[in-house]
Design a protein around this ligand. Structure first.
Ligand SMILES: [Zn+2]
Length: 79
């Protein structure tokens, strides 16, 4: 289990996501961004727009996704 924050995934806050794989924390971040924006938080709007743009533009999105996976792999395991 590893921890990656909203900020490490391109977001504006330090909320920590926990997961066994990069996919887990990316999914958690996606849900977190949607949740925050749905709740009226404006600081997460840009990050959510970026996230949506990545799914629409797989080539550009792939670079970000690979970097997130690399960053995740480099993290230490939780406790
Ligand atoms: Zn956040």
């Amino acid at each position: 289990m590893k921890t990656m924050t909203c900020r490490q995934l391109g977001g504006p806050c330090d909320l920590a996501h926990h997961g066994e794989s990069a996919n887990d924390v990316i999914k958690a971040q996606d849900a977190h961004l949607k949740e925050m924006v749905a709740a009226g938080d404006q600081t997460h709007e840009a990050a959510l727009a970026d996230m949506k743009g990545r799914w629409k533009n797989p080539l550009a999105g792939m670079g970000w996704y690979r970097k997130a996976k690399r960053d995740f792999a480099a993290l230490p395991e939780d406790g």
